[in-house]
Design a protein. Structure first.
Length: 216
């Protein structure tokens, strides 16, 4: 009897979490993000991302789980990816790539440095440390001892991989459209929502987006 009660309680918790995740994306209309002056149909791109027309999503429970998920589900295709906090409904990072399979490895799983055996990551890692207080720039990190670097890597992994963070990926056929969608999402979430705090040089990305708005 008690086991049935506990099982029902666990199901309720899971359903509550799924409802909260679904609500996060329902609370914002794609029309709120795009403008009407476009050559590439930005509205369609955002709607595809909202509905995951050709995409997948997974909780970032652990690095080991993501390694398995990447091997089974993440294809070597162009697209856009988003890391977000499902509990706080906060977008932490938006990126794009010609090859999402490789990019997710570079950003979240890491590659082993042959010189010191430590994991090394791409831009998201330094965007994460730039957002901390006090911020740590890439050139400062590179001067750290091996032990200091190891500690910072552990903190990064412990923060990114937790029960509330999720990874959302949209596969796309056209890398140019992926680039446009990335800029549109970054501009909306950073300017309107004050989110995307782990995006590195986000102001430069927004200026680039504004500068190219007539040619998109």
């Amino acid at each position: 009897m008690h086991s049935h009660v506990r099982a029902r309680a666990r199901r309720q918790v899971v359903m509550s979490e799924l409802d909260r995740i679904a609500q996060m994306w329902k609370n914002i209309s794609p029309e709120d993000i795009v403008d009407k002056n476009r050559y590439i149909d930005k509205l369609r791109l955002v709607e595809d991302f909202w509905k995951l027309k050709d995409g997948i999503e997974t909780p970032l429970t652990s690095r080991e789980d993501l390694i398995i998920f990447r091997k089974k589900r993440i294809e070597a295709r162009p697209g856009v990816y988003c890391i977000y906090d499902s509990k706080e409904s906060e977008v932490l990072y938006v990126g794009e790539s010609k090859d999402l399979r490789t990019r997710i490895k570079d950003q979240l799983i890491g590659n082993t440095d042959r010189e010191n055996g430590l994991l090394k990551f791409a831009r998201l890692f330094f965007g994460f440390w730039k957002a901390q207080k006090p911020p740590i720039a890439e050139n400062k990190y590179n001067k750290f001892s091996i032990e200091e670097k190891r500690k910072h890597i552990e903190i990064y992994l412990e923060t990114i991989f937790n029960s509330k963070n999720r990874l959302r990926l949209l596969f796309m056929e056209d890398h140019v459209e992926a680039t446009v969608l990335e800029k549109v999402l970054i501009k909306f979430f950073f300017v309107s929502k004050r989110q995307c705090r782990y995006n590195y040089l986000v102001e430069r990305a927004i200026k680039k987006c504004d500068g190219n708005s007539g040619s998109e």
